[in-house]
Design a protein around this ligand. Structure first.
Ligand code: G3I
Length: 336
């Protein structure tokens, strides 16, 4: 692949939780020294900042931002509108009143508070659903109450709240060669084109990139064409949630770690030949805290698993030792 096409330097980021960082000096040192940007894994979500109506809880975001600033790191804004992280009281009111003012107040409150420190925002998270959706869009409360143009409205509202900010849609499920992901790529491209044709403020996209060793080989040409189509629209691309789901626990730890690392290399070999890709963020730092453990119901008990966490899809193991995936990231990003 043509090395010369790659920008000089790309950012390597990770998502993080300040409560975990504050309780673990080793984790804090790792996040501070190994990554140039942090994404709050949960603290910025609506059900974190206003879990009960009118009771605001910005402490964890403030502390994570202070941590990032002490370490010269950027902070990525994740995520303003996502049904899964919308508190029940807000979903109920939206269904009852159909009042966009509620969404507007939320976006203005959060973006207004962090306007000067957060430049990039995932305004709408995971709007695509080609299986049970409507015209490729997920049937969520926002879509049902406000219609499919809730996405335009959210972007326009975000632009009013922070006119200098870069606004993103953040989405998953674009990496493999199965009919669902083929459709998802097409649906995402048509959504982007529709928004841009309408002149909606949209500046970049977040490609989550939750890789999965059970989904077969990555179709290099399809993924490259997909990223090129986004770049051709003039949008920047951020890889926002990279990690790897494993499925074969019978292999040795060394084999599993190599498979994870090889998958990351294969993906980044394709993705990073696209000059529009600016940064790579992993969805977590250490296997100890990965959402992939939670998803499997295997919360990691370090006493029991030691460094052999059930899923090994992040760059550091559960004892915070760097794994081959870390080396793959360093090689790809060029921050050795
Ligand atoms: O902190 C509470 C705890 O007090 C409570 O007892 C417990 C009971 O469920 O919940 C705890 O909150 C959980 C939180 O993580 C902290 O552990 C939430 O239930 C749980 O839903 C939340 O999960 C997060 C999820 O997004 C939903 O916000 C995951 O950590 C986070 O990794 C995941 O991240 C998402 C991205 O935002 C979008 N893309 C997919 C990615 C993985 O699902």
């Amino acid at each position: 692949m043509a090395e010369t096409l790659r920008p000089e330097r790309r950012l390597l980021g990770a998502c993080a939780r300040i409560d975990q960082i504050e309780q673990d000096a080793e984790l804090a040192a790792c996040v501070a020294s190994q990554f140039s940007s942090v994404t709050p894994e949960i603290h910025l979500k609506w059900n974190s900042v206003e879990n009960k109506e009118g009771q605001f809880w910005f402490g964890p975001v403030d502390r994570l931002i202070a941590f990032a600033q002490r370490n010269g790191q950027r902070v990525h804004g994740h995520a303003l509108i996502w049904e899964q992280s919308t508190p029940d009281w807000a979903l109920h009111q939206l269904r009852r009143d159909g009042d966009w003012g509620l969404v507007e107040r939320h976006i203005h409150r959060v973006m207004g508070r962090y306007r000067d420190v957060i430049g990039d925002w995932d305004v709408v998270n995971e709007p695509i659903d080609t299986q049970n959706g409507r015209n490729g869009l997920r049937r969520n409360t926002f879509q049902q109450v406000f219609g499919s143009n809730y996405i335009e409205r959210a972007l326009e509202t975000a632009h009013e709240a922070a006119p200098q900010a870069r606004l993103l849609l953040n989405e998953y499920g674009f990496e493999y060669d199965n009919y669902v992901e083929v459709e998802r790529r097409a649906a995402f491209l048509s959504l982007l084109q529709r928004l841009l044709d309408q002149g909606v403020p949209l500046h970049a996209v977040g490609i989550q990139a939750h890789l999965d060793l059970g989904k077969g080989p990555i179709p290099a040409r399809d993924v490259a064409d997909f990223l090129q189509a986004i770049a051709d629209m003039g949008l920047a691309i951020l890889i926002t949630e990279l990690d790897v789901k494993e499925r074969d626990y019978r292999a040795t730890i060394a084999e599993r770690d190599m498979r994870v690392s090889d998958e990351v290399r294969r993906y980044l070999d394709i993705a990073l030949t696209q000059p529009a890709v600016e940064s790579v963020t992993t969805w977590g730092v250490t296997d100890r805290h990965s959402w992939l453990q939670v998803e499997r119901g295997d919360q990691v008990d370090p006493e029991r698993f030691g460094s052999a966490a059930p899923n090994r899809g992040l760059p550091f193991d559960s004892d915070l030792r760097p794994k081959p995936m870390h080396v793959a990231l360093q090689d790809a990003i060029g921050q050795n």
